[in-house]
Design a protein around this ligand. Structure first.
Ligand SMILES: NC(=O)c1ccc[n+]([C@@H]2O[C@H](COP(=O)([O-])OP(=O)(O)OC[C@H]3O[C@@H](n4cnc5c(N)ncnc54)[C@H](OP(=O)(O)O)[C@@H]3O)[C@@H](O)[C@H]2O)c1
Length: 334
């Protein structure tokens, strides 16, 4: 029987928060692999904050997804048919394979997933793109040194949870910022952070001062806005700000005001650098090796928030990221 592919396509450019009508699920016969290609049955789709930017018009680091196009997504699945000698049916693979049931790949654009190191969804989470963002973003851009105070926002999330744990491995005092008591308790008790600021409890600046008595040397910024302003005001001289994400503004319909404490960059001689994880794509195996080793040694934990409902639930599950409705790496099971 011919295989049917189900695909999440972009139906309309979202205005503000994503609505269910911005996406639709369409069906077509599944593609057949040509010589050198593999057919992958996708099992898990990564839902990422960046998706909001990918469906917006305007200049960015990748072109916008076109209306009618399959939604861009990191996903993981199992090879169902192979016409490539490097892959056999049953191999687990990951890559930028889209939000759909089946994908074709030529072998160069996928990575094999070793399921003995973690379940398939982890290969689009802690051992995939978000894990690599934490690893290279912190080590290459944040450049933490032993004894530094590291502050990371969205601390219980896919990237933030790993950043803080690597910070501990590197000998830093690690302070998270997260929304709500449960998430803060989790990063301290489960992930081993030294403290966590609950930004929903108010007075972020006072909470930060108490948690960072020696000031802040490294800020791994995932959120932006008022949270980043509060952190910038407490940076130490020659500190580093790794700008990984600005999620608080991803659904904004008006231009956000600039950082209120830009002056801190001048007076403290801060180094502020943006980062995009794909800049290190050739070095990902290095990151995977370390994260797997730390996990095996009991120094690093992963947390996935796996949702069911399949591709039909894509448009209603993705917005959880922008309201803090996820707890850990948000993954949709196909
Ligand atoms: N530069 C890169 O290459 C790269 C790659 C991957 C991810 N990122 C960025 O890294 C950040 C985290 O991504 P992730 O995949 O790890 O997501 P995540 O942290 O697992 O989920 C997003 C979290 O952001 C927090 N959040 C959402 N809206 C917020 C707001 N208005 N104010 C404060 N916090 C808010 C929520 O946590 P709370 O409940 O704690 O509020 C939510 O759970 C995002 O900014 C993302 O764009 C960048």
């Amino acid at each position: 029987m011919a295989r049917v592919n189900r695909m999440v396509t972009l139906a309309a450019r979202p205005v503000g928060m994503i609505k269910p009508t911005d996406f639709k699920v369409t069906e077509a016969p599944a593609p057949e692999p040509a010589e050198g290609e593999i057919l992958i049955a996708l099992k898990a789709i990564s839902l990422d904050p960046a998706m909001r930017g990918w469906v917006s018009e305007g200049r960015s680091y990748v072109p916008p997804v076109a209306i009618g196009e399959v939604m861009r997504a990191f996903s993981a699945g199992v090879v169902e048919e192979s016409r490539n000698p490097d892959f056999k049916p049953g191999d687990a693979v990951t890559g930028m394979l889209g939000a759909q049931a089946y994908a074709i790949a030529n072998g160069r654009n996928v990575m094999k997933a070793d399921l003995s190191a973690g379940p398939i969804e982890r290969w689009i989470g802690g051992l995939g793109m978000p894990g690599m963002t934490a690893y290279f973003g912190l080590l290459e851009v944040g450049q933490p040194k032993e004894g530094d105070t590291l502050v990371v926002s969205a601390a219980s999330g896919a990237v933030g949870g790993i950043v803080g744990q690597i910070g501990k491995i590197k000998g830093c005092r690690v302070v998270g910022i997260a929304g709500g008591r449960d998430k803060c308790d989790y990063v301290v008790r489960e992930l081993g952070f030294d403290a966590c600021v609950d930004y929903k409890a108010g007075n972020i600046s006072r909470q930060l001062r108490e948690a960072c008595p020696k000031g802040i040397d490294v800020n791994f910024e995932n959120v932006g806005g008022e949270i980043m302003d509060a952190v910038l005001a407490q940076m130490n001289t020659f500190g580093r700000v790794a700008v990984c994400g600005l999620i608080s503004a991803y659904n904004a319909t008006e231009a956000s005001p600039g950082p209120a404490n830009f002056r801190s960059i001048l007076v403290n001689r801060l180094r502020v650098q943006g980062l995009i994880v794909t800049d290190w794509v050739k070095r990902w195996p290095e990151g995977v090796k370390d994260l797997v080793a730390w996990n095996k040694a009991g120094k690093l934990k992963f947390r996935e928030d796996v949702r069911t409902g399949g591709l039909d639930a894509f448009a209603t599950t993705l917005p959880l990221l922008y309201t803090g409705g996820n707890f850990g790496k948000l993954v949709l099971k196909v």
